[in-house]
Structures are given as C-alpha cells and as structure tokens.
Design a protein around this ligand. Structure first.
Ligand code: SAM
Length: 325
C-alpha cells in the first residue's frame, strides 16, 4: 500500500533538505522509545525532528494499517458514511488522510493531539488538499477530553501504548461516549497491543457496543497466548526511509490489530481469515474466526467447488462470506 499522491508530495516537501544524520538519530530514538513502550511523561514526538522522523519511517505503515482497518469496518457497514471525525492522538493527521481517502465527503474533522510539533506539521501537510473543515486541538486525552464534541466516527490509532494503563478504562469510556456511530481503535500488532485491544473490546461489549471488525462475534476471543490476533500490510519504503533506517529491503510488513465498535450492528456476519493462507495443490487451508465465536484451520479442496474458488482468492484479514467456520 502506498500513501495517496498528495500526502506523499506534502511529506516529501516537509522532508526536503532535512540533514540525514539528524533524521537518522531522531528515527533511532523514536524507534527505541516505541519498541520499549517508554512511558516517562515525555511525548515521543515532542521535537520537530522526531515528527519528521515519524513521517519518513512510520507514517506509511500507520497509514496502511488505518486504511485497512477503515476498509474492514466499511465492508460490514456499507451504509455508514461519516460526516464528522474526531481523531485522538492524531500525530501528523494519518487518520484524517485515510478517512478522506475512503470517504471524500467528510465534512468536518477535529484532530486532538498533545504534541505542538506534530500539530504544526500535520496542519502543513493537510493545508493544500484536505477539504473537510479541520480543527487541531491541543490537549491530553486522559485529562482534557471533557469538552470534546461527539462525532460520527471517533478514532485513536497507535496511541494506547503511550498512555498509562490505569488511565485507559476512563479514556475508552469517554471515547465511546463521543462516538455518535462508530469507534475505531488501532494498535501495533504485537501480543501487548492485542492485550490492550482485548481489554478495550471487553469494555465496549459491556457498554452495549456492537463489534464491526475484526471479530465477527461478541463472544470471548477464542485465541490464547502465545497465539495472538493481528493483521499485516506490506508497505513500500521510500529511499529516505531506507537511508534513515540503514535498511536495504524496499518494503516492510506492518503488523497491526484493531477493534471497530458501533451503535449499529454489522450488516454482514462472516468468518474472517486471521492468519496468512496456506495454499497447496488443489487445496487451501485458512485459519478462520467465525460468527460462532470459534477459531481454527479449515481445509478447502476442489471438491468444495465455488467455496474453494473463493477461499483460494482470500487473503489474511478478508471475510469469507458464509455462516460457519
Ligand atoms: C504513534 S503516534 C500515532 C499518530 C497517528 N494516530 C498515526 O496513527 O500515525 C501517537 C500520537 O499520540 C499522541 N499522544 C500520546 N499521548 C497522548 C495524550 N495523552 N493525549 C493526546 N495525544 C497523545 C502523540 O503525541 C503522538 O502524536
């Protein structure tokens, strides 16, 4: 998956003439802090150069994860066309761009972000292209969310791992109150990210939410550690990205996990492919999570006719439109 051309061009302009040694150092610091899930009271993206490093090394991947998660919720709620967006922990505006790409008629967006440096660069990126009325608000979501206005779609991507765990239940409760229709939370596709999403999932179900995706059911998650639910998107690395990370491979696989919950039920209840498919000669094995709340491998062979042909085309994260696993 690639960034939309106007975003790619805006990012290239912001990164023009950035000194490579400084960008590399900032990319390393950012990556170390994210990997260790450092919570020391300082924002990872407090400095301008850290935001630039994010644009070069993380934005394409988080964009791909957000866009894929939006596609998944859209697939089961084709009637949902949000007019208003509230994005919390907006960073440089990743969700705004992905939402606009899927729903170009978005009318208004509020981007809530603690880092002044991220807000400033996000505004610059969006200035020439985003047509929705966009307001960037400063604040800490754990303490300053009381005055936010509800929106059709509320999102929070790659933020929970920066929040003190004890603050999460109250924060999620507030985000759910603010969601007029749907709340989407996305996290890195690590076992720890999955555990955070499981806690959010349980909290939202208890609050009466309908799950849209990825789970096709509201029963307890059938997976047990060391297994964990996550998805993946292949993302092209720009030349600057490779230079900043001393990376040779021109792509990377972004692993992510998400939960989309709504006040409206999903229109489609179908099993989801929750691991890479395992094709063989005349057969394919899919790990499916089904509407009955069970997960496991299902083997499809030529004898399954049309279902086999459909299964063979499916990818990790896709829906298999039938009613059992
Ligand atoms: C990893 S970035 C994700 C940015 C964007 N959502 C994306 O997916 O690319 C996390 C963002 O959340 C912001 N953030 C972290 N804690 C926050 C808080 N308590 N209140 C508001 N924003 C916060 C950070 O400043 C950072 O910009």
């Amino acid at each position: 998956m690639e960034l939309p051309a106007p975003l790619r061009q805006a990012v290239d302009r912001v990164l023009e003439r950035v000194p490579l040694p400084e960008l590399k150092q900032a990319a390393k610091t950012l990556s170390d802090r994210y990997r260790a899930e450092v919570r020391d009271g300082r924002l990872h993206m407090a400095q301008d150069m850290a935001v630039r490093a994010y644009l070069a090394t993380r934005l394409p991947a988080t964009y791909a994860a957000v866009r894929a998660s939006l596609d998944a919720l859209n697939e089961v709620r084709l009637d949902f066309t949000p007019k208003t967006l509230l994005d919390v922990g907006a960073g440089p505006g990743t969700v705004l761009w992905a939402t606009t790409d899927l729903w170009p008629d978005l009318e208004a967006a509020v981007l809530f972000e603690a880092s002044a440096a991220a807000r400033k660069i996000g505004e610059v990126l969006a200035a020439d292209t985003i047509t929705a009325r966009t307001v960037w608000l400063a604040g800490d979501v754990t303490t300053d969310a009381a005055d936010l206005t509800p929106a059709d779609l509320v999102t929070c991507a790659y933020v929970l791992d920066e929040i003190v765990p004890a603050s999460l239940p109250k924060m999620i409760d507030r985000l759910w109150q603010l969601a007029k229709d749907t709340l989407l939370i996305i996290e890195p596709g690590t076992p720890a990210g999955w555990q955070r999403i499981l806690a959010v999932r349980a909290q939202l179900i208890a609050a009466g939410a309908h799950l849209l995706a990825p789970c096709p059911h509201e029963s307890p998650c059938p997976l047990n550690p060391p297994d964990w639910c996550h998805f993946s998107r292949r993302v092209a690395r720009s030349r600057l990205h490779r230079l900043a990370k001393d990376a040779e491979v021109p792509w990377e696989d972004e692993k992510f996990i998400y939960v989309a919950a709504s006040r409206q039920p999903a229109a489609v209840h179908a099993a989801r492919v929750i691991a890479p498919s395992r094709p063989g000669s005349g057969k394919v094995s899919l790990k499916l999570c089904g509407p009955d709340g069970k997960a496991g491998e299902t083997l499809f062979t030529k004898r399954d006719g049309e279902e086999f042909r459909q299964a063979r085309r499916l990818d990790w994260g896709d829906l298999l439109e039938r009613n059992n696993t």
